[in-house]
Design a protein around this ligand. Structure first.
Ligand code: MG
Ligand code: MG
Length: 262
């Protein structure tokens, strides 16, 4: 069942989502060569708890981390560990927070050191495709309008759009109905209504759209070993435009300060 949120609930979802954005910014400050992904996870967990939240991913179906950290050909659900970042890597950081009973969910892919221009293009286009989808998250449209906008923008650049993993409703649960696919047909799928809160999260591969499951039971990687990017916002469908509840503002401020250009 799809549950539309009240204005009060949307404000609580915004608080949780904004804490996710601030957490991603705290992580962005310390991303760099030689830094392990488990060190980033510790920064995030501490930051979330210091700010009154609970890391939503920790313990979710047994997931060990507070963040999903997916490097290079890892698409999503990477487990933080001993791996130390090196120049040329890209790292997708996905973060969820629960606070006051409501969740927030957002993700950002960062370059580490000198990243090849064609990989930076993948990052840029994936983020653009997220915003193309958000533009369509307006009451009266259908989910397929959001999905198609994401898919067509990514495929226009020759990228593969992951099919197996999708966005989702967000509320008192981290994952609620409806599903938010990153591929689809315009005019298809459930009708969008104001108050519907969803996480839109394109996972876009430089090569094939095919993915495989790693033997750790969590990590999803591209089938061809080429890089993959992931950006996500939690948004509320609005009458005239979507209300983006999470924010990349702090993350982008940190990138600017650190002279990191995507
Ligand atoms: Mg997420
Ligand atoms: Mg999500």
């Amino acid at each position: 069942m799809i549950h539309l949120k009240t204005a009060e609930e949307i404000e609580l979802l915004r608080q949780s989502s904004l804490l996710v954005g601030k957490t991603l910014a705290a992580v962005a400050r310390v991303i760099g060569e030689g830094v392990s992904t488990i060190a980033l996870d510790k920064v995030a967990e501490q930051f979330i708890r210091d700010n009154g939240g609970v890391p939503a991913f920790k313990g979710y179906r047994g997931f060990p981390g507070s963040l999903c950290i997916s490097v290079n050909s890892q698409v999503v659900h990477g487990i933080p560990g001993k791996y130390e970042l090196k120049s040329g890597d890209i790292i997708s950081v996905d973060c969820g927070v629960k606070m006051n009973g409501y969740y927030g969910d957002s993700a950002f892919t960062f370059p580490v050191g000198d990243v090849k221009p064609e990989i930076l293009d993948l990052l840029r286009v994936t983020k653009e495709s997220l915003y193309k989808g958000i533009e369509k998250a307006v009451a009266g449209n259908r989910m397929g309008d959001v999905s198609e906008a994401i898919q067509s923008h990514a495929e226009k650049h020759g990228y593969g759009v992951v099919r197996e993993l999708v966005g989702h409703g967000v509320g008192k649960n981290l994952h609620e109905e409806p599903e938010v696919p990153n591929y689809g047909r315009r005019g298809s799928g459930p009708k969008l209504a104001a108050g519907l809160v969803i996480a839109i999260e394109p996972m876009i591969n430089m090569g094939t759209k095919s993915v495989k499951q790693h033997s750790d039971g969590w990590t999803i990687t591209t089938a061809d070993g080429k890089p993959s990017a992931h950006y996500e916002h939690t948004i509320a469908v609005g009458t005239n435009k979507a209300d983006i509840l999470s924010s990349f503002e702090e993350v982008e401020q940190v990138l600017k300060e650190r002279l990191i250009v995507i």
